[in-house]
Design a protein. Structure first.
Length: 263
């Protein structure tokens, strides 16, 4: 359904609401399919909750984004720090049973994206303005969060599957850190699969929104492609750093001082 655009805010908002409704109908059909397939009810609740939070948060950001871009540059550090805190809270939910999951997630989400954002500023990839720093920084942080979440979840699953093997190695006197090398590597590698696939599909399967927005805004298409690749390379670097930090800390938090598994 297409509503006429008459230039008023009300008609635009109504049009957007209709588009959201259409998207939710498609999501509802998918959820019916997952229920018929026997997915747990918790999955459905998780999806519905995530959709509800997502639309509310986006509407709030859309309402204040103009104000956000008028704040002084130092205030952008506060905004990005709040995003990192929120990302860590979300990432820890995927491995809530892991001891100190929040501490591990927070360190991973802070260290990786912070180093990459600093490198982007130093290299001139991102202009030191709120208008540029906050949107690009949010992409970097979001990918660091997703990678940390996947690494924790995968590592916890690997430990669950190979707990007997790890405990047998511990009983033979193998250092605690070395007993989890294999599940740790698998967790880190698995967490990076989505971002590697995104790099592989650039321009062939997927034209990212940043590049598309720049082209639609009148930027040179070649420059838009170059800039998008630079951002994607930085996203990979942030994701890899976050996952590696996560893996490094897991070695410490997975065991008691007596070298017993805590997971």
């Amino acid at each position: 359904m297409t509503l006429p655009v008459v230039g008023s805010l009300d008609s635009t908002v109504v049009r957007g609401a209709v588009q959201i409704g259409a998207a939710l109908v498609v999501v509802a059909v998918v959820l019916v399919g997952t229920r018929l397939w026997g997915f747990e009810a918790a999955f459905e609740r998780d999806v519905v909750g995530a959709l509800g939070r997502g639309v509310v948060q986006l509407l709030v950001v859309g309402s204040v984004v103009g104000l956000l871009f008028t704040v002084p540059l130092p205030a952008s550090a506060v905004v990005l720090a709040a995003m990192m805190l929120g990302g860590a809270l979300i990432a820890r939910r995927r491995a809530a049973e892991f001891p100190d999951a929040f501490r591990v997630s927070l360190a991973a989400v802070v260290v990786g994206p912070s180093l990459v954002v600093a490198a982007m500023l130093a290299g001139g990839v991102v202009d030191p303005t709120v208008r540029n720093l906050v949107p690009v920084g949010s992409m970097i942080i979001a990918n660091g969060m997703k990678t940390s979440s996947l690494a924790l979840e995968r590592f916890t699953g690997e430990l669950d599957d190979h707990r007997a093997e790890v405990e047998a190695l511990l009983s033979l006197g193998v250092p605690a850190g070395r007993t989890v090398d294999r599940p740790l590597r698998r967790g880190v590698q698995s967490s990076l699969v989505p971002v590697v696939d995104s790099l592989r599909s650039l321009g062939f399967v997927w034209i990212p929104g940043l590049m598309a927005g720049m082209v639609l805004g009148g930027a040179d298409p070649v420059y838009a492609a170059e800039y998008q690749f630079a951002v994607m390379a930085m996203i990979f670097a942030a994701s890899a750093l976050s996952s590696l930090v996560c893996g490094y800390l897991v070695r410490s938090y997975a065991f008691t001082p007596a070298d017993q598994l805590r997971v």
